[in-house]
Design a binder for this molecule. Structure first.
Ligand SMILES: Cc1cc2nc3c(=O)[nH]c(=O)nc-3n(C[C@H](O)[C@H](O)[C@H](O)COP(=O)(O)O)c2cc1C
Length: 331
């Protein structure tokens, strides 16, 4: 009896740990738009639409990419504990897609070294120095991220990067023209340590390299002094210091491919961490649908869907973002 209770306690603590690794995943504006549920040998990841971003992500593609990132962490953590997790996309009784991961002990389960980088990974929004990424590392990154229905294209020469620049600037301009976009973004920035410690989500000012100015001044600065012009200038500077961009292309624009893109992004981020290469998002040309289509056409990939644009490079790392505790993401 005592042994049974010990075993149950150990399983409960292992499952808690696995879910905690899931919560370490990246998500758009760090909304952490997930709810985890347990069903026998299955961990379910459901979307939390109360944490959706209807202006920047009206079709929820970024939300499901975030769930895919969390799923990949859970799979890596499960394998590390000697299980062989099996992922499927299911629908709940309301027809809403969720991720089901069956977790069973398997003596043939293979550990994956990328697990060791889950807690170290971060999005690093600094400007990078112009050190190139060596081709051996670039190949490892691309190989880590190749996934069913997801393809990776890299842009490293000046000519290649120049192809992206007009779309990055057009996407940024369109977004900063929209009051609703700025309001949604600002509502997710945590301008003081007190606020981020209370909410444990959102984009903490320190993780963006901004000083803690508090809610009122932060709102004022973002709404009065940040505009299309200042953003375009900031992006041009960042682009100049970026040696390589990576575009994630999905074969289809649906939930299965969004989740697979998330799994690919997570493996990419973990491999980058292992190789001590920093990465951050430049998603504006993928988020603005008209720009996304134009960019795909210009790059000769109009049959594919560019869902994420990421920059790579070297810089100092930033303070880590916060996460909500496991108890809050359960149910
Ligand atoms: C689907 C997706 C879209 C994202 N889009 C952006 C973006 O447009 N700009 C940005 O700076 N970060 C973006 N991020 C990064 C998140 O803001 C970041 O993951 C979150 O703040 C948590 O920080 P961490 O990844 O360092 O833990 C995105 C992440 C995901 C998964």
């Amino acid at each position: 009896m005592v042994i049974l209770i010990d075993e149950i306690m150990q399983i409960a603590s292992e499952i808690r740990k696995i879910i905690e690794y899931g919560t370490k995943a990246p998500s758009g504006h760090n909304t952490q738009p997930w709810k985890f549920r347990l069903c026998e040998n299955e961990i379910q990841i459901h979307p939390d639409f109360e944490r959706a971003l209807p202006i920047v992500d009206p079709d929820n593609h970024a939300l499901y990419i975030s769930l895919g990132c969390a799923a990949e962490n859970i799979i890596l953590a499960g394998r590390n504990l000697g299980c062989n997790p099996d992922l499927k996309i299911e629908k709940d009784t309301d027809g809403v897609n969720f991720i089901s991961i069956k977790v069973q002990r398997d003596s043939a389960a293979q550990k994956d070294d990328l697990f060791n980088y889950i807690e170290k990974r971060q999005v690093t929004r600094n400007a990078y120095d112009d050190t190139s990424i060596v081709s051996k590392d670039l190949k490892q990154l691309i190989d880590a991220a190749e996934f069913k229905g997801v393809h990776i294209r890299s842009f490293s020469t000046q000519e290649e990067i120049d192809q992206l620049v007009p779309f990055i600037i057009e996407g940024s301009n369109l977004q900063f023209h929209k009051k609703a976009f700025v309001n949604e973004l600002v509502s997710r920035i945590r301008f003081s340590k007190k606020e981020v410690e209370e909410k444990r989500d959102g984009i903490w000012h320190s993780s963006m390299g901004m000083p803690g100015v508090g809610l009122v001044l932060g709102n004022l600065i973002m709404k009065k002094f940040v505009d299309t012009k200042s953003e375009a200038k900031r992006w041009k500077k960042i682009i100049r210091s970026t040696p390589t961009f990576i575009l994630f292309l999905a074969e289809k624009d649906d939930v299965v491919h969004w989740v697979n893109t998330g799994r690919a992004l997570q493996r990419f981020g973990l491999m980058a961490t292992k190789l001590q290469i920093n990465h951050a998002h430049v998603n504006m040309p993928c988020e603005e649908i008209e720009v996304r289509k134009k960019m795909a056409l210009a790059l000769g990939i109009e049959k594919q869907h560019p869902l994420l644009l990421v920059r790579l490079g070297y810089s100092k790392r930033m303070p880590y973002s916060y996460r909500r505790p496991v108890e809050e993401v359960f149910g």
